[in-house]
Structures are given as structure tokens and as C-alpha cells.
Design a protein around this ligand. Structure first.
Ligand SMILES: NC(=O)c1ccc[n+]([C@@H]2O[C@H](COP(=O)([O-])OP(=O)(O)OC[C@H]3O[C@@H](n4cnc5c(N)ncnc54)[C@H](OP(=O)(O)O)[C@@H]3O)[C@@H](O)[C@H]2O)c1
Length: 270
């Protein structure tokens, strides 16, 4: 006997960006665990050595029903996205689910002191990267009957809904993704293509260490007295959304750990 989620995901091809760490990595494992009988996973990120290790672990854990294809891909480089799609092996071409997860932030500077290279890289990854990936994969979805089929899952953020001090660049990048996502859902209304956003609050990943440019003490202070979400918590919601019956769209999900109600409304145990 299998769950309805396993049946709905059976035979699907799932593409995850930023699968080398955090939420992307957990999402790869969660898909494999949920539908181990027949699934193809395409894992992409810049740190390809990590991806190979994850692929090995998944294949070991899930067995031969899950096939994994690893590709080095920097989503901030449009030419790499183009090459990536052209270079997909036949077996992995019919993508059913795109998880636009790759994203980052560096620093907490406020305007006018945000470094120009950070503005460029955050926008190129979090916004242009998401738009370019979506544009690259949508033709695969649209070639299917009824105007098209497939899922676009966006990793938005609480930051895209409620901006905070020291987050002008990151918050605006996620707000841009949110606007793109909402417009896309409307544009694709005559199809079977589902557009899904999952917007987490605090999640304990490498994200905050990268944000504080490797200063672990500052990263740890963000979570002092708190119990943030784990990347597995977020992955479960992504897989749940993608595993619904085709006519069900889990369009928009905001996820908090229980002590959090907004970017700044955080209850800390003393
Ligand atoms: N952690 C949080 O509190 C939180 C909250 C809300 C939303 N989010 C969002 O969730 C997503 C995942 O973040 P996370 O918390 O899992 O962070 P993470 O642990 O730092 O993972 C980020 C992933 O994105 C990849 N990545 C970064 N830049 C990339 C690029 N240019 N091209 C391709 N891959 C790239 C990284 O891989 P490589 O370095 O190997 O390329 C890594 O696999 C992000 O979009 C983030 O904004 C996070």
C-alpha cells in the first residue's frame, strides 16, 4: 500500500536548485523518501562535490527506484541555465516539478552602504535566477496537454512579506519573487501548471552564517533563546504541496517556528 502522496509523485522528475545545503538538500531527501518507487531527481548547485555526496546518500537510502542526476549550475549566470537545459540527458528531460530554492544574502548594511557587488549578486541569484530558471523550464510544462502541466515551487520568505531594518536588499529581492509568482499564477490560470510559494520565517541553515560572512557568533545570536525551523520542516511542506492531487493548489504558505509571529516579533527564552 502506498500513500496518495507517493502515488501522485510516482514517476515524476523533480528539479531542485540550491540542493547542496539547507532546505534544497532536505527537499531532495524528502521527495526520495516520499516516493521511492519511481522518481527522478535533478540536483543543482555550484558545489557539485556536495551534490555527488547527497546523490550517493539518497541512492543508498531510497534504493534503485530513485534516479539522481547532478549538475553544477550557478543560477545567477543565464548562459549556464541555457546550457543546463540543453545538456539534460533524455531520461531527465520531462521535468514535472521545478523547486526554485537557490538564494542567499550577504550582510545587513543599510542604504547607502550596501556594497554594489552584493546588490548585483543577490539580485542575479534571488530574482533574475528564479525568473530565468522558470522561463527555461516552462516550455517543458507548456508542451503538455490542457495548456500544460507541472509545478513551479518558489522559496519565498517572510522577508518578502514584511521588510525589516537591515534587510532592504534581501526583503526587496523576495518581494520581487512574490510579485513574479503571483503574476505567473494568474498568467497560467488556463493551464494545469501550479504555482506554489512556500515562505518560511527563521530556518536554521547555512543561510545566516553566509549572511554574517562567516561570523558564527553573530549568526548564532539570531537564534539565541529560539528554536528555529529545521530545513526538513520546510522540505516536508514543499513535498506536501507538490504531492497534492493535480486539481489542488497549495498556492501560498507562511511557515513560522512557534515563537515567531513576524521578522521582529520573536519570543526568546531568557
Ligand atoms: N534560512 C532561512 O531562515 C530562510 C528563510 C526564508 C527563506 N529562505 C530561503 O530558502 C532558500 C534556501 O536557503 P537555505 O536557508 O537553505 O540556505 P543555505 O543552507 O545557505 O542553502 C542555499 C543553497 O542555495 C545555493 N545557492 C546559492 N547561490 C547560488 C547560485 N548563485 N546558484 C546556484 N545555487 C546557489 C547554495 O548552493 P551552492 O553554494 O553550492 O551553490 C545552497 O545549496 C533561499 O532562497 C532562502 O532565501 C531561507
Amino acid at each position: 500500500m502506498s500513500t496518495s502522496m507517493a502515488r501522485n509523485l510516482f514517476g515524476k522528475t523533480i528539479l531542485i536548485t540550491g540542493a547542496s545545503a539547507g532546505i534544497g538538500r532536505s527537499t531532495a531527501f524528502e521527495f526520495a523518501r516520499t516516493s521511492p518507487a519511481s522518481l527522478r531527481l535533478i540536483l543543482t548547485a555550484r558545489r557539485v562535490d556536495r551534490l555527488h555526496q547527497i546523490a550517493e546518500e539518497i541512492e543508498h537510502e531510497a534504493g534503485t527506484g530513485v534516479r539522481v542526476h547532478v549538475v553544477k549550475l550557478d543560477v545567477s549566470k543565464p548562459e549556464e541555465i541555457e546550457r543546463f537545459v540543453q545538456g539534460l540527458p533524455e531520461e531527465f528531460r520531462a521535468i514535472d516539478v521545478l523547486v526554485n530554492n537557490a538564494g542567499f544574502m550577504s550582510g545587513v548594511e543599510q542604504a547607502p552602504d550596501i556594497p554594489p557587488n552584493v546588490i548585483r549578486d543577490v539580485w542575479a541569484t534571488n530574482v533574475t535566477g528564479v525568473i530565468n530558471m522558470t522561463q527555461a523550464i516552462l516550455p517543458i510544462f507548456k508542451a503538455r496537454p490542457d495548456g500544460g502541466r507541472g509545478d513551479v515551487v518558489m522559496l519565498g520568505s517572510l522577508a518578502g512579506r514584511e521588510p525589516y531594518v537591515g534587510g532592504a536588499l534581501y526583503c526587496s529581492s523576495k518581494a520581487a519573487v512574490r510579485a513574479f509568482t503571483d503574476a505567473l499564477r494568474r498568467e497560467l490560470i488556463a493551464t494545469r501548471i501550479r504555482v506554489i510559494t512556500v515562505d518560511p520565517g527563521q530556518v536554521l541553515t547555512e543561510f545566516t552564517t553566509i549572511r554574517y560572512r562567516g561570523d558564527q557568533a553573530k549568526a548564532d545570536a539570531v537564534y539565541a533563546g529560539c528554536e528555529p525551523l529545521t530545513p526538513d520542516d520546510v522540505a516536508e511542506v514543499i513535498v506536501f504541496a507538490a504531492g497534492r492531487r493535480e486539481n489542488v493548489v497549495v498556492a501560498d504558505t507562511l511557515l513560522f517556528p512557534s515563537h515567531q509571529a513576524s521578522p521582529t516579533h520573536v519570543h526568546r527564552k531568557s
